[in-house]
Design a protein around this ligand. Structure first.
Ligand SMILES: [Zn+2]
Length: 301
């Protein structure tokens, strides 16, 4: 889709056939592999399922409700669900989700996971002067408050909300525990409150855990005064063990306006993100694309 404006893609049912549907299915399988392992790490016995499609309903305007005590650095985006920015700008946003479930927390406590923060990723970003956006769960910030404050002070980085505990906002969602419908808005606000305490002026953007959403989940997020920001490029870094494959995927699929999803967790969630990143940054820049934060991407017309 080509336009001078930020584009909201309404997900079509898979019966639609076309390349978008095939692409979506491919992406879902990739994400599924990652999510399955995440479930294993979390120690959940839930069975993973593939979500066939999300919303096909027309947009519903939500009442704007302020969420943060502190005023965010940028205003909520006027659109209700963002997948990418304007295509003609030559801008690309790299995003890093900082996942943390209660199961991951317990695995860290028990020593089954060494860390859920791969500092090598930020080292690469800093060394290459690459702006990026981190979508952090409330639990991740609580686990790494000092790291969060350090990253928040880095002018190259900005933060968005990735829910409080990485539970699903729509079911099924790869076996992630599902939030009751009535608790979704409160969960967004709870994570925002944790962000407020550590990242003053964070963005009013939200990313769905597992990417799973439907029309009512979108409304629940909008009711918290934030805009859900998804992606149009899945790097495949979740449980991907070939950094070259991750780099190739991003370079093949990214174009002007793209939002790329990666992870900040390191092994086992995303063991090779740090290794794939230099090639991604160099490759995108060599094509004349400029790497920016999501807020800059969405402000560009
Ligand atoms: Zn996530």
């Amino acid at each position: 889709m080509k336009t001078g404006k930020v584009v909201i893609r309404r997900i079509r049912p898979p019966s639609g056939g076309g390349s978008l549907a095939r692409h979506t299915v491919r992406m879902r399988w990739r994400h599924l592999a990652g999510a399955l392992l995440l479930v294993a790490v979390a120690g959940s016995a839930d069975r993973a399922e593939i979500r066939t499609h999300a919303e096909a309903r027309p947009p519903v305007r939500a009442r704007p409700v302020p969420v943060a005590r502190r005023r965010p650095a940028v205003a909520p985006h006027p659109h209700r669900l963002v997948f990418h920015g304007a295509r003609g700008t030559g801008l690309v946003a790299l995003t890093f989700d900082a996942d943390m479930t209660h199961g991951m927390w317990r695995s860290l406590d028990a020593g089954r996971i060494k860390s859920s923060y791969d500092r090598r990723i930020v080292k690469v970003l800093d060394a290459t002067r690459t702006p990026a956006t981190i979508f952090a769960t409330g639990l991740w910030i609580k686990r790494y408050p000092g790291v969060t404050r350090t990253l928040a002070a880095d002018p190259l980085l900005e933060f968005g909300d990735h829910s409080y505990e990485h539970s699903a906002f729509a079911a099924p969602c790869y076996g992630l525990p599902v939030l009751p419908r009535g608790k979704r808005t409160a969960d967004v606000r709870r994570a925002a409150a944790v962000l407020d305490g550590h990242v003053p002026g964070h963005t009013p953007y939200f990313r769905f855990p597992g990417g799973c959403h439907d029309a009512s989940a979108v409304r629940a997020v909008l009711a918290a005064g934030v805009t859900p920001v998804q992606w149009d490029v899945i790097s495949g870094d979740a449980f991907g063990h070939d950094p070259h494959a991750i780099t190739r995927t991003v370079l093949r699929e990214a174009r002007g306006g793209s939002i790329v999803v990666m992870h900040l967790n390191g092994a086992p969630t995303a063991p090779e993100t740090h290794a794939a990143l230099p090639g991604i940054i160099t490759g995108l820049r060599s094509r004349g694309l400029r790497l920016v934060k999501v807020s800059e991407l969405l402000a560009a017309r």
